[in-house]
Each structure stands twice: as C-alpha cells, then as structure tokens.
Design a protein around this ligand. Structure first.
Ligand SMILES: Cc1cc2nc3c(=O)[nH]c(=O)nc-3n(C[C@H](O)[C@H](O)[C@H](O)COP(=O)(O)O)c2cc1C
Length: 184
C-alpha cells in the first residue's frame, strides 16, 4: 500500500448507519476486522481489549438488556423503546471494552489503546467497503452490557460498532485545519 492509498483509506472512512440490515458479513471478514484491533499500540502490553461480536437475535437481547438498565435508572420511555430495536439496524454489532489497569493511569492508557484498536477496526472495515459507526453505549448500561457479553464487571465499554454493507454513501463532514505548533 502506498502512502497515497493509505491517506485515501483514512479520509474515505465515514460514520454511517446507511446499512443493509439483511445482508450478512462473511465471518472470516469479521475476524480480520476484529484482529486488526489487537495491533494497536498498548503501553506495558496489558492487552486490555475485550470484544463481543453480536448478530442474529442476540442484537435484540443487547437492546433489551440496555433498555432494561435505562428503565431501572428512570430514563425517558421513548428513548428506552427506541433502544430495544436499535441494534437490529445492522447485521452485526461489535461491543468493545477496555480492561481495568493496576492503577488509574494504566486504566486510562488501556482506554487509549482500545480506542486506537477501534480505529484499526474501522479502517479495516473501510478496506472491505463496509459501512460502520462507532456508537456510544447508553450511560448507566455498562454492567448490563458487560454481563451479557461475558466480560468483567470492571471492564469499561468503549463503544458499540454497527457494521454492515452500505446502502448509500455519506458526505464527509468538514474538518478544521490542525493548529500545529512547530518548534525547530
Ligand atoms: C467515542 C465516540 C463515540 C461516538 N458515538 C456516536 C454515537 O453515539 N452516535 C453517532 O451517531 N455517532 C457517534 N460517533 C461518531 C461521530 O459522530 C463521527 O465520528 C463524527 O460525526 C465524524 O464523522 P466521520 O466519522 O464520518 O468522520 C462517535 C465517535 C466516537 C469517536
């Protein structure tokens, strides 16, 4: 891959929910996308990445688990109802969490490593021309998600990635120029 090709891949990646929910993704492709995350930099090699790949009826179970947690904490009924079905909008959703460290600093750096891993996954997905969107987990639903995904209660859910074949393309949002300090 040339630098030009890499730049095109990076700039071409978009967050998109314009996904064909009925079209499956080859499991071998999914494996390659997930494995890309483990190649992210990771201070002290703590290997904090936790992953659950969710498809089929389990997408509904995920929505219900989060919705129940939202109900228990008094979230608005309309938001709760929407949450129940929201993961059915893609054939696969991937829950990604970061393991706790041996200090607050290590826990924080674990999250950086996992965030870098998520970007690796998004770029790998883009290389297959898949659509993807990094969604934030609902506030207060960490326990419900880690429990369903057989993760540790101390794991921190970093995102829920929707993944599938695109039905349309999306425009790139403008980005501000980077204010770079250059010291020589
Ligand atoms: C930590 C994180 C959480 C995000 N959560 C959401 C979300 O909950 N819903 C959503 O529509 N997009 C979410 N996004 C995607 C951003 O909205 C998106 O990256 C931004 O609009 C820029 O668009 P682009 O990714 O196509 O360049 C999230 C992105 C990050 C990094």
């Amino acid at each position: 891959m040339t630098p030009d090709e890499l730049e095109t891949l990076i700039a071409g990646r978009r967050s998109s929910m314009l996904i064909d929910a009925a079209r499956e993704i080859d499991p071998a492709v999914l494996d390659r996308i997930v494995n890309a995350a483990q190649w992210a930099p990771n201070h002290r090699r703590t290997w904090p990445l936790r992953v659950a790949v969710i498809s089929g009826d389990s997408r509904k179970t995920l929505g219900d688990s989060i919705a129940d947690a939202m109900t228990a904490q008094g979230d608005e009924a309309m938001k709760v109802t929407k949450t129940r079905g929201k993961f059915m909008r893609a054939p696969v959703v991937i829950v990604i969490a970061a393991g706790i460290g041996q200090s607050d600093n290590e826990t924080e750096e674990n999250k950086y490593a996992v965030a870098a891993g998520i970007q690796n996954m998004l770029l790998m997905a883009e290389s297959f021309r898949l659509a993807a969107l990094w969604g934030s987990p609902a506030k207060g639903a960490n326990d419900a998600i880690t429990n369903l995904c057989s993760m540790d209660a101390t794991d921190h859910v970093m995102g829920i990635i929707y993944l599938g074949w695109p039905t349309q393309s999306v425009a790139a949002p403008d980005r501000p120029n980077i204010a770079v300090t250059r010291l020589a």
